[in-house]
Design a protein around this ligand. Structure first.
Ligand code: ZN
Ligand code: ZN
Length: 559
């Protein structure tokens, strides 16, 4: 297939560019009015204090949804939440066939099942190093190393050139599980000529190399061997190699492994489905583990990020039904602090320390964790192998992407471009440039409902959580006189000794009554005008009392 004069190859991130999380990348090929698309990764990010009640956030696919019929496939590079987490929610909007390697497909099926779309979705399992042809796109998976089984880069061949989409990666010479980085395949691609490399920017500020999983095993082995009492290791459940290392380090020191936390068990099942975590002593249930001597047990726990409902938080709170840790016991954090989680992690570690548990973290015990993303030497190596004409940094905040641009420039990459979500980048023909800005945004999972970013409900909840709520109800008779009320209630507003809450509410009720008596007869016949008057008065009075502007809701009834 050769390109026509009007064909273009475009890259369009709808998530994951200018943030670390919710990756959603589109590649389009064809003339502007008739592009065919593929989507690479459909991930989530997580809510924080600014999104009360919203834990899961994902890219708004509105733009690409319009072209759903032209989406030839969704390809998932690996099973991290920021790459597959939104699949169950967004599949109904994309309705395209999904391609993933077996481990990723196992976890994907759970996600689709949870959202009730498993039956409709078509999943094709692609073997490692396998190929897929989707219209003008010929994709080949390239085995990389990362912090989860089966991380794949994609060689995307089109009539206008080859794109190397790295996904998440590092160069681990000894990843313990799975193959090493397929350097030969990347070099061959480099020889063939790589038009653009769309690349992970997470660790662009970190000098050196990310390091090897094998060295972590070594460190854990020594550390666990030196400890008496119960030992708990906190790590990401998806880091199966780490899980394997901790379990083997335990076994080598006479400890049986007990997996604590639902996602740990779920990941172990996914790993075993593709032949990983084999040749180990059977895991103990947390109930069984309680019957073993302290020196004979190793707990693997979820909750290294301080997630309140995860195993480690419950152990720290003393509310876990089976696992108790105390003086003389140990907890190894074999994980990094994800930016934004500093406070919950500190709180968790304080609670554990308060129980007399000794803590070991990356900071005080270097080597108990290594990153899954490429540091500067890894990046330089990848650029030497692939030799792209255009560097397109993704998977980073703005500062990461711009640093990556500067770094690629230093490595003599002829052209660099760091898109923002919604920037449509034409990669070929001609110089790479942003040719369009399309709508991009976020969707929030708000109590099981998928809503727009910063919608009315969340805005009100934020307002209420900051300033409280006042409700006023009044019953008027036929003549517009007060038959009952006004009754004022407050939610989330304080009283003090000088002005107890009851007095404040009385003052508000008086003000409401005065406002009503200030209205003309014709105004009092109009519910809307009555509500307006009450609203205004309550707001003004509330501000005088609390120096706050609470939400005011008004109910007018007629008898
Ligand atoms: Zn990622
Ligand atoms: Zn990842």
């Amino acid at each position: 297939m050769s390109p026509t004069a009007v064909d273009e190859l475009v890259f369009l991130p709808l998530g994951g560019s200018n943030e670390i999380g919710m990756n959603f990348n589109c590649y389009g090929y064809g003339p502007a009015h008739d592009r065919k698309w593929i989507v690479v990764d459909v991930g989530v990010t997580f809510g924080d204090d600014t999104t009360p009640g919203v834990e899961i956030i994902m890219p708004d696919p509105a733009f690409i949804e319009e072209y759903a019929d032209d989406i030839l496939g969704v390809i998932l590079t690996h099973a991290h939440e920021d790459h597959i987490g939104a699949m169950g929610w967004l599949w109904p909007r994309l309705k395209a066939p999904i391609y993933a390697t077996p481990f990723t497909a196992f976890l994907l099926r759970e996600k689709l099942r949870e959202r009730g779309v498993m039956e409709q979705a078509k999943i094709t399992e692609v073997p490692l190093n396998g190929s897929i042809v989707l219209g003008p796109f010929e994709l080949t998976l390239i085995t990389l190393t990362h912090s989860i089984p089966e991380p794949n880069g994609l060689a995307i061949r089109t009539p206008l050139g080859v794109v190397l989409h790295t996904g998440d990666w590092k160069i681990d010479p000894d990843p313990l599980l799975g193959g090493v980085t397929d350097e030969a395949a990347i070099r061959r691609l480099g020889d063939e000529g790589v038009l653009a490399m769309v690349c992970d920017s997470t660790n662009v500020f970190v000098e050196g190399t990310a390091g090897s999983e094998a060295s972590v095993r070594e460190t854990l082995n020594h550390l666990i061997g030196s400890l008496r009492g119960k030992v708990a290791v906190a790590c990401f459940a998806s880091n199966v190699a780490r899980m394997d290392s901790a379990i083997r380090a335990g076994q080598a020191n006479g400890r049986r492994a007990c997996l604590v936390g639902r996602s740990m068990l779920r990941m172990a099942a996914a790993a075993q489905s593709v032949g990983l975590l084999k040749g180990l002593e059977p895991f103990l249930s947390d109930a069984e583990a309680g019957r073993f001597a302290d020196d004979d047990i190793l707990y693997l726990c979820t909750g290294s990020q301080g997630e309140p409902r995860a195993a480690l938080s419950r152990i720290a709170d003393g509310t876990h039904p089976h696992v108790r840790l105390g003086p003389g016991d140990h907890c190894i954090f074999s994980s990094r602090i994800i930016p934004g989680n500093e406070v919950p992690i500190r709180n968790l570690q304080n609670k554990l320390a308060d129980r007399g548990i000794r803590l070991y973290t990356e900071r005080d015990h270097p080597g108990v964790h290594v990153s899954g993303h490429p540091c500067r030497d890894d990046l330089a190596e990848m650029y030497r192998w692939a030799r792209p004409k255009i560097a397109v940094p993704t998977h980073g905040e703005r500062r990461h992407l711009l640093e990556h641009v500067a770094f690629a420039h230093d490595l003599q990459v002829p052209q660099t471009i760091a898109p923002r979500n919604g920037d449509m980048v034409r990669l070929a023909p001609g110089r790479a440039e942003v040719i369009d800005e399309v709508p991009s945004g976020r969707l929030y999972v708000d109590g099981g409902v998928l809503t727009v970013e910063n919608g009315e409900a969340l805005r009100e909840r934020r307002h209420a959580s900051h300033s409280g709520v006042l409700t006023v109800a009044v019953v008027l008779d036929q003549e517009g006189r007060i038959a009952s009320g006004p009754q004022v209630q407050a939610i989330g507003l304080p009283g003090d000794e000088a002005t107890p809450l009851g007095e404040a509410l009385d003052a508000l009720a008086d003000a409401a009554e005065q406002a009503l008596s200030g209205l003309d007869d014709w105004e009092r016949d109009d519910d809307h005008l009555v509500e307006q008057a009450l609203n205004r008065t309550l707001k003004r009075t509330a501000y005088r009392i609390w120096e706050r502007r609470p939400i005011v809701t008004t109910t007018v009834m007629r008898v």
